[in-house]
Design a protein around this ligand. Structure first.
Ligand SMILES: CC(C)(COP(=O)(O)OP(=O)(O)OC[C@H]1O[C@@H](n2cnc3c(N)ncnc32)[C@H](O)[C@@H]1OP(=O)(O)O)[C@@H](O)C(=O)NCCC(=O)NCCS
Length: 235
């Protein structure tokens, strides 16, 4: 079952990885991984983050119905998970898995985006897990999913940029990666708008391919050095 944004689709369709895309894991060796599979943090509240328009609050049990609404929308699910809207039961299971993912690596997890007090969607810096099962402490995977009535207003970009800032400045991450279907132009544009660059395209065979799978899965990435360089130009 899928639990991340851009990577859920790959997971749902047979990736060996538990928390993200096959691409991201392939970039990591077992020696790089820092946290054991069984290590779960109990008391690691994620911070609430603020952008100019949005409040990013740690995803919680209270978001269950928000997630059911989001994941039952065919537009939202077109390029993620199995390409179909989720049933209520599937959405609840995914939600629980995301909440569990928030407890794997200190500071990493999922945030619900609020415009005033209205839920607009979520964004994530999710843990990356190697094939051996260990989690990487200094790399994370960016993901996002937004309710269609809030599309095209810059909210995904706003949340993603804040998560990159938080990840590099506050968590000391060394790299953030993201993956999406090559045909998911909007997701690609969002990563690009955050300074992430296309790293490679992978062609994966799926038993039940989503239309467009034949064009492959693209991986984007940005290192801390690249992000710092970008910030210096913005000043
Ligand atoms: C991907 C998604 C989160 C983008 O959300 P959004 O809030 O509409 O995106 P933004 O308004 O912040 O736009 C981000 C970039 O995409 C571009 N974009 C947005 N909608 C677009 C569209 N329909 N066509 C082309 N480009 C588009 C924007 O212009 C912007 O790029 P720019 O800064 O270079 O101009 C949203 O479409 C979504 O939830 N999709 C379904 C779930 C999904 O596919 N998630 C990603 C999985 S990998």
């Amino acid at each position: 079952m899928a639990i991340t944004g851009c990577t859920g689709m790959a997971l749902a369709r047979g990736s060996a990885s538990a928390f993200g895309c096959t691409c991201a894991y392939a970039r990591m060796t077992a020696a790089e991984a820092d946290f054991g599979q069984d290590q779960v943090y109990q008391d690691m509240a994620l911070p609430t983050l603020q952008t100019s328009r949005l409040s990013l609050r740690p995803l919680s049990e209270h978001n269950r119905d928000d997630i059911i609404d989001l994941d039952s929308d065919p537009q939202v699910m077109k390029y993620v998970h199995s390409g179909h809207p989720l049933t209520q039961q599937e959405a609840i299971q995914d939600h629980q898995e995301r909440l569990l993912a928030c407890r794997q690596i200190p500071g990493l997890g999922y945030w619900a985006g609020y415009l005033d007090d209205i839920f607009i969607g979520w964004a994530a810096l999710s843990p990356i897990q190697s094939n051996s099962g260990a989690f990487h402490a200094q790399k994370a995977e960016l993901g996002y999913r937004i309710s269609p009535r809030f599309w095209r207003q810059g909210y995904a970009k706003e949340m993603a940029r804040e998560l990159l800032r938080y990840g590099f400045e506050q968590l000391g991450l060394v790299e953030v990666v993201g993956q999406t279907m090559a045909v998911n132009e909007v997701s690609r544009a969002t990563m690009k708008a955050c300074g992430m660059e296309h790293v490679r395209t992978l062609y994966v065979e799926f038993e039940d391919p989503i239309p467009g799978s034949e064009d492959g899965e693209v991986e984007y990435a940005i290192t801390r050095e690249e992000w710092l360089e970008l910030q210096s130009h913005l000043k």
